[in-house]
Ligand binder design. Structure first.
Ligand code: S6P
Ligand code: ZN
Length: 181
């Protein structure tokens, strides 16, 4: 199976499934809930979209997902993915940044943390059991590809409960990692 990705806009062809994530879908992930509520009164902003393709074979199934994060911030905190940990603790993932700039946050949610600076061309292996979240700190679209096993599963609840160790804010127009207590 061969797919085509437009690196300028992150459009995948063919693409059987597109999942939009609006602000209301990741409301609880942002720190400033008052600002979130104010924005939601005006508009339910589209933060990112996931374009998904499953590769089904007789013996082992993989999936590819292209995520497009639109630029912007909520209460000074850059647009980001919801973030999750794979349900299966033996399932890694590979991310490839196609366009844009930002950070990949990796967190065990048990004290270990890494922030990987990202730009077009960066490839990162996400080990099993590490929660992962991508932040768009640029003024343009951030596009990345994730490749993972179809059976990996996604635990969003644990991220909502424990939170990542750091948040990424725009401070004087530049990204700053702020430790969460
Ligand atoms: C799946 C992979 C990505 C994310 C996507 C959106 O394992 O890590 O395709 O699903 O980047 O992030 P999230 O946290 O909303 O699933
Ligand atoms: Zn994942």
């Amino acid at each position: 199976m061969t797919l085509t990705l437009d690196p300028e806009n992150g459009i995948l062809d063919p693409c059987p499934q597109i999942t939009p994530r609006y602000l209301s879908d990741l409301k609880m992930m942002f720190k400033d809930q008052q600002v979130v509520d104010e924005i939601l009164k005006e508009e339910n902003r589209l933060i990112y979209e996931i374009r998904y393709y499953p590769f089904r074979t007789s013996k082992s199934d993989m999936a590819l997902a292209v995520t497009r994060i639109f630029p912007g911030s909520i209460g000074g905190e850059y647009h980001m993915t919801k973030g999750h940990k794979h349900e299966r603790d033996d399932q890694p993932e590979v991310y490839y940044c196609v366009k844009g700039e930002g950070f990949l946050l990796l967190d065990t949610l048990e004290g270990e943390f890494q922030a990987i600076p990202w730009r077009a061309g960066t490839i990162t292996h996400i080990p099993p059991m590490w929660a992962h979240r991508v932040i768009n700190t640029g003024t343009d679209l951030l596009v990345f590809i994730g490749v993972f096993h179809l059976s990996a599963g996604h635990d969003y609840e644990i991220v909502a409960q424990k939170g990542f160790s750091y948040r990424v804010y725009a401070v004087d127009g530049k990204p700053a990692l702020i430790r969460q207590t």
